[in-house]
Design a protein around this ligand. Structure first.
Ligand code: SF4
Ligand code: SF4
Length: 106
């Protein structure tokens, strides 16, 4: 997972609205980044799908991760997603691309 985390730090954290000017995460100890928590599952989703349609990846994200996430209610509503406050959801297309590029380098 190290190479993916390194690529995520370089490509996502560096531009994340929740990072400081140096690309360092500014979340407090009480806050959790879904991208960090679910990285193995995210990589699994990217590896299990071969499609040019990002919606296919988003559908898998909702089905496999959001459905298990404590922030999502039983009716499918997520207040963090609604407020554009989930970094995983906010940068998901770029996250998929970052993982695919990391695979090509390896
Ligand atoms: S919230 Fe997540 S994606 Fe954003 S800087 Fe922190 S660890 Fe990186
Ligand atoms: S969009 Fe909501 S339910 Fe999905 S991972 Fe982010 S916080 Fe969890």
């Amino acid at each position: 997972m190290d190479k993916y985390m390194k690529a995520i730090r370089q490509n996502i954290c560096s531009i994340c609205a929740d990072s400081n000017d140096f690309g360092k995460c500014s979340l407090t100890d009480d806050e959790i980044c879904a991208l960090e928590v679910y990285l193995p599952q995210i990589v699994g989703i990217v590896h299990s799908i071969d499609s040019r349609n990002i919606q296919d990846y988003i559908d898998a994200l909702r089905k496999e991760i959001c459905s298990e996430c404590h922030s999502q209610q039983e009716n499918g509503y997520c207040y963090l997603r609604e407020d554009v406050n989930c970094s995983l959801d906010r940068y998901f297309p770029l996250i998929v691309e970052t993982i695919q590029r990391a695979d090509q380098i390896a």
